[in-house]
Design a binder for this molecule. Structure first.
Ligand code: G6P
Length: 438
């Protein structure tokens, strides 16, 4: 049986992950689940509700929550990390400051993503260090955002640590593909894919017999993008609906591949800005919906003393995490998309870039598969974006204003060095409690 720590215990995603772990106990047997957060007041209501839910789902799983790193990180096999340094209040700043200057305001793309990256780096590194100190054999499965920058930072700063960086977006999109193709599960497909996190393309999709599924997918996507008539929780949300529809215009740019939805911020930034409300962004939506709903559900569970009749939503995140943990624990060599050092997986791309590619996963971690050479269009885009990500990490390490300014200037979402500087100077003030001195 495995002992799990969820870092970011006060996250609204935590109850869904706990529920999912309890429900998948056959596939992945668990001895203990612990939650860890540095914000006791956020973690406590979630922790109390999870305790009741777990007691009802599976009383054999030991459960606790703590703000003490030693207690949290001692005697664990896996740390599942989803922290948000600065919470939604800072996400709001990440989105609103760039929008003031007519630039994309998004939590992982463009200037907001860079700002969030600089906040996340020390937070994730701290978790890695706790894990190595108290449970040196454990693995960290990290999906804290912005995953691309966090991954580059861990590659630079903790190159030998047992951290695997993963993202749920490819999983969510493959789930849509499976539905379009009328397959039971995304696991009925084999995919080839390359890119950076939130910046990639599927090139081949076949069924388990090797039959090409791309023609059918292309037919649908060229008309509808990834928009489906579905009851799926995330898909139904208006902002996600818009994103999935927009995939049609992303696909139009290269009809040989299927795009990651986040490319919309790079290909159509003008459209995104026009369709954003600078006074009410996604952070505001989430604060008014998910944040309130999850804490309200937690409160109800604690008040009623039972979780029966209340359902915490487990996103695509959750199942993927169980698959990844079981692949490592049981050496299944399951094929998954992960963010790993390139090392030749994309033949004509730098070795030291953190790329998102299919990997076989076993007890020694991920083994990336070779994706061959990529076309000029994607290569050009990726070289620009990976340089942005590297500059942010260098800016963090060196405390360099200059490099951060260069990073913002280089981002495809930013029109000029002047605008980059204006945004940067505001971001520095907003992030004074989080960023290193520049
Ligand atoms: C997807 C992405 C995550 C991102 C999330 C934001 O799941 O892969 O990286 O954090 O969307 O969703 P939200 O509902 O908070 O806007």
């Amino acid at each position: 049986k495995f002992n799990i720590l969820i870092a970011g215990g006060g996250s609204t995603y935590t109850p869904g992950i706990v529920a999912m772990l309890a429900d998948h106990n056959d596939q992945f047997p668990i001895g203990e689940i612990k939650l860890y957060d540095d914000l006791a007041e956020r973690q406590e209501p979630i922790g109390e509700a999870c305790k009741i839910m777990l007691q009802e789902k599976n009383p054999d799983i030991k459960f606790s929550y703590t703000t003490d790193p030693k207690e949290a990180f001692t005697n664990i096999d896996f740390c599942m990390a989803h922290i948000r340094v600065g919470l939604y209040a800072m996400r709001e700043q990440d989105e609103k400051i760039p929008l003031k200057y007519g630039v994309v305001g998004q939590e992982t793309c463009g200037p907001g993503g860079l700002a969030y990256g600089l906040r996340s780096i020390p937070g994730v590194i701290e978790l890695v260090d706790y894990m190595e100190k108290y449970s040196p054999d454990a693995w960290m499965l990290n999906y804290s955002n912005p995953a691309a920058i966090v991954a580059e930072a861990t590659r630079r700063l903790r190159p030998n640590s047992k951290i695997i960086n993963i993202c749920d977006m490819p999983i969510a999109i493959e789930t849509i593909f499976a539905e379009i193709l009328k397959l039971d599960s995304r696991k009925d497909m084999n995919v080839r894919y390359y890119g950076l996190n939130h910046f990639g393309w599927w090139t081949d999709i076949t069924d388990k017999q090797g039959n090409d599924l791309m023609p059918k997918l292309k037919e649908f996507v060229s008309e509808n993008g990834y928009a489906l008539e579905t009851e799926d929780f995330q898909h139904k949300h208006p902002s996600w609906q818009a994103t999935f529809k927009k995939a049609k215009d992303l696909y139009a740019l290269d009809p040989e591949t299927m795009p990651n939805t986040y490319l919309k911020y790079y290909f159509y930034p003008d459209y995104e800005v026009e369709h954003s409300d600078p006074n009410f962004t996604r952070a505001n939506e989430v604060m008014e919906s998910r944040e309130k709903e999850v804490f309200e559900t937690a409160r109800k569970i604690v008040e009623a003393g039972t979780a029966v009749g209340t359902e915490f939503h487990a996103g695509a995140h959750a199942t993927f995490i169980v698959d990844l943990a079981s692949a490592i624990a049981f050496n299944t060599m399951e094929r998954m998309l992960l963010i790993v050092p390139n090392n030749g997986a994309i033949a004509n791309f730098p070795k030291d870039a953190m790329v998102e590619v299919p990997c076989l996963v076993g007890k020694n971690g991920p083994e990336p598969l070779s994706m061959g050479e990529i076309p000029t269009f994607q290569k050009g885009l990726m070289e620009q974006q990976v340089a942005v990500e590297k500059l942010v990490v260098e800016a963090y390490i060196e405390g360099s204003y200059q490099k951060l300014w260069q990073a913002l200037t280089l981002s495809k979402t930013v029109p000029s060095a002047k605008v980059a500087k204006d945004i940067l100077d505001e971001l520095i003030v907003a992030n004074k409690d989080f960023w290193p001195e520049l």
